[in-house]
Write a new protein. Structure first.
Length: 211
């Protein structure tokens, strides 16, 4: 559950939109209400939070966002966290393309996690979309800058992964084209943390869309 709107002071000038299925949004809202009743310090840190009930596989989710107050011309951070790999390839590409098209309109940042192909095999019936090379895919859709990290990289480390034999560190040290670990023949399950961006030129205030 995304609680950024309740914990990040840097969002005080930012409108946040949270997109999910209606039933999930209802549960989220009631959990937050219950937490607010039992915790004195729970207050919203974002300028605003709007929950938008939509299915991002459908064609109308962007329209639903706009009806809810999202202004496409405003600079936007799109957070697709724990979502892309649940979609089919065509739905995931459709969502990414819609966001990439915004780069021509305003300053646009995408934060997303991508599974590589072996990771989607972990649970065959749940995971679908993967990309072994999001840093190639995203520019082909319209993003101009892509930064890709793996868990354990300096910007995805959080002081926690000191042991070089740690699973994530072992994976990071293998070329990304390798799909099977040479030591033991196990599949290289990778999760890429990706930041992509694009912009026509000028900079104006941000919105945040979290799915
Ligand atoms: C693993 S969770 C990620 C949670 C989310 N990033 C957050 O921080 O709250 C995946 C979320 O995506 C939502 N989801 C899955 N498919 C969706 C779809 N087609 N349209 C909108 N939301 C979807 C699920 O209901 C679930 O809340």
């Amino acid at each position: 559950m995304d609680t950024r709107s309740y914990r990040l002071g840097c969002l005080k000038e930012t409108d946040v939109f949270e997109v999910d299925f209606p039933s999930v949004l209802q549960v989220k809202a009631s959990l937050i209400q219950a937490a607010a009743r039992s915790t004195e310090n729970l207050g919203m840190t974002a300028k605003s939070l709007t929950r938008v009930a939509a299915d991002i596989r459908e064609n109308d989710w962007l329209e639903k966002l706009q009806i809810s107050g999202f202004v496409p011309e405003k600079s936007t951070v799109w957070i697709l966290e724990g979502i892309l790999y649940y979609l089919t390839h065509s739905h995931a590409l459709q969502v990414l393309k819609i966001i990439a098209d915004k780069c021509a309109l305003t300053q646009t940042i995408l934060l997303a996690d991508f599974m590589n192909k072996p990771s989607t095999m972990l649970c065959n019936s749940i995971f679908h979309f993967y990309s072994d090379w999001p840093d190639h895919l995203l520019p082909s859709l319209g993003f101009s800058h892509v930064n890709l990290s793996q868990i354990g990289d300096p910007d995805a480390h959080f002081g926690l992964l000191h042991d070089p034999q740690n699973l994530f560190n072992k994976l990071r040290n293998l070329p990304r084209s390798v799909h099977t670990h040479p030591d033991d023949g196990t599949p290289c399950h990778r999760l890429y943390l990706v930041q992509a961006s694009g912009s026509p030129n000028q900079q104006i205030p941000f919105s945040v869309i979290s799915v």
